[in-house]
Design a protein around this ligand. Structure first.
Ligand code: BGC
Length: 518
């Protein structure tokens, strides 16, 4: 029997409701996802706008017009400089998330959120008003820093504020706002691309200040999480805050446990060095594996390049953009399903269902593309039934991601880390996510050109691997208070060996201390 398949930890049941206050708090904090989503959705469209390319990447523009005339459809959008524009942001986000881990710990989750929003806003202004390439690149770096700070702090904020029974739903609001950001950006690109005079790209890029301002204003109205307040010695504030967000008269048990968890966490001097210690092996495994696998589902191929992919398949310009709007809507709607059901059916269920669903769709899409395009990528005439089949299965694939790996990729890491390493471990999660988002954004067009329809086989392989790993190695985390999460590893067939050893060591230290005192 796979470890953790049937699992209920011995947990406490703290009182607490999903109050209006906590819901609004979560909705406001989740707006952090808007800036991330807006950027994911906007860059692909902008880099396909001819006036933008002409002004900043004239060589790419020239090369693209020549290649478009060539016969191999798979290669017509391949350009390293262009993908560099899209992906450079992720490198900045990666570095920023490490810096954010210190800020989040020392000054609270909310401070990181505000810093993230402000930096993103400045980046958007640089991009919107860019007249030179350096302004564009500086803008991208600032956007990346903003995303690094926001993604490091918002998921933690949500998981700490939510009552544990509704933690999944509250945390998935972050993913929902990512998908709203992507969809809005797709629509905005579509509209602004039509503007005469060719300056629509300025509005697309500069428009990023709107989600940034929503996020900044929202974050300023929020109070920090009780966990963070306790960590910073503000016990009374923390208790008051806990009473408000739980909406009950007595939060003593939860409060005392939070204080105890904080005391324990203070004994850890260097969370970064501690990440490598044996007892945190299960958490660190997932801090790396979950974001890695999330990106290796291949989802961002569709997010960044849907219009390009549809054009490659022979769809016209408008049909391609319209299809991108359809896939964006499916992404958002399916995330709502996750909000409603992730606390009911659990994380493992959705991970496994999503994996199977994505795999089936990838098989169908690959077969359809291979049969139609063959090796040289010339589709001939595209029939309606073919277009409907491909777009339909891409939509089912996207729904599969949107109710599984998308939200769970942010939810599960944010709930499994113990307080003492939470901030540092979360930045590992964000960094790995950014590295592989960068990797996919950067090499996808070259891979499409080199592997042709075999590209999807590459992603299929990883979907199989990730589904097997979840089945055997991830215990269920639904309905377990966040500071009680350590228990899930103790009862897991594989991970218990790591945690038990640590427990024994701790007991030995306690015994030695006792003897010394006697
Ligand atoms: C991922 C992004 C992805 C988005 C799509 C997020 O969870 O981290 O890389 O583009 O979902 O909705």
């Amino acid at each position: 029997m796979a470890g953790g398949v049937i699992f209920t930890a011995n947990t406490k049941a703290y009182p607490g409701n999903l109050t209006c206050k906590v819901l609004v708090t979560c909705l406001v904090a989740a707006c952090g996802g808007l800036i991330f989503g807006y950027d994911i959705g906007i860059s692909g469209g902008v880099t396909s706008m001819a006036p933008f390319l002409k002004q900043f990447f004239p060589d790419v523009y020239k090369k693209q017009s020549q290649i478009i005339a060539s016969s191999n459809q798979y290669c017509k959008f391949n350009s390293t400089t262009l993908t560099m524009f899209t992906s450079s942001l992720y490198v900045a986000a990666l570095v920023a998330s490490v810096i954010a881990s210190f800020v989040t710990k020392a000054f609270g989750r909310r401070s990181s959120m505000i810093i993230g929003g402000v930096t993103f806003c400045i980046g958007a202004l640089f991009n919107g008003f860019a007249v030179k390439l350096w302004m564009l690149i500086l803008g991208r770096i600032l956007l990346g820093v903003g995303i690094g700070f926001a993604n490091q702090s918002v998921p933690l904020y949500l998981s700490e504020v939510a009552p544990y029974k509704y933690r999944g739903a509250c945390n998935v609001l972050f993913q929902l706002s990512i998908t709203v950001g992507i969809l809005v950006a797709n629509a905005v690109n579509y509209g602004f691309a039509q503007i005469k005079g060719g300056w629509g790209w300025r509005l697309s890029l500069g428009g990023a200040i709107v989600p940034a301002i929503i996020f900044i204003v929202g974050s300023c109205t929020l109070a920090d999480t009780p966990n963070s307040l306790i960590q910073r010695g503000k016990l009374e504030d923390a208790k008051r805050r806990l009473l408000i967000i739980r909406g009950v008269d007595n939060v003593d048990e939860e409060f005392n446990d939070l204080v105890e968890a904080t005391e324990q966490s203070k004994k850890i001097e260097s969370p970064w060095l501690n990440l490598l210690s044996r007892k945190y092996r299960p958490q660190m495994f997932f801090a790396v594996a979950i974001p890695f696998f999330q990106q290796l589902t291949g989802m961002n191929v569709f997010m960044f390049y849907t219009p390009v992919l549809f054009k490659t398949m022979g769809f016209g310009d408008n049909a391609s953009l319209l299809s991108a709007l359809i896939t964006g809507s499916v992404n958002m709607l399916a995330t709502i399903v996750s909000i409603l059901l992730v606390d009911k059916w659990g994380r493992r269920f959705w991970f496994l269902i999503g994996g199977a669903q994505m795999l089936i769709c990838q098989v169908v899409i690959t077969t359809a593309v291979a049969m139609k395009f063959g090796l040289n990528g010339n589709p001939g005439e595209l029939h309606m039934w073919y277009a409907v089949l491909v777009v339909g299965f891409i939509c089912i694939y996207i729904a599969g991601f949107a109710w599984s790996w998308g939200p769970l990729g942010w939810l599960v890491p944010s709930e499994i880390f113990p307080l003492e390493i939470r901030s540092a471990a979360q930045s590992v999660n964000v960094s790995v996510n950014m590295i592989f988002t960068f990797f996919i954004a950067q090499i996808f067009l070259q891979m499409l050109c080199a592997l042709r329809f075999g590209l999807f086989i590459f992603f299929m392989f990883w979907v199989v691997v990730m589904t097997i790993i979840i089945y055997y190695f991830l215990p269920e985390t639904k309905g377990i208070p966040i500071e009680e999460m350590a228990g899930i590893w103790r009862e897991h067939w594989y991970w218990k060996r790591f945690v038990m050893v640590a427990d024994e060591e701790l007991a030995q230290v306690k015994d030695t201390n006792k003897v010394a005192r006697v």
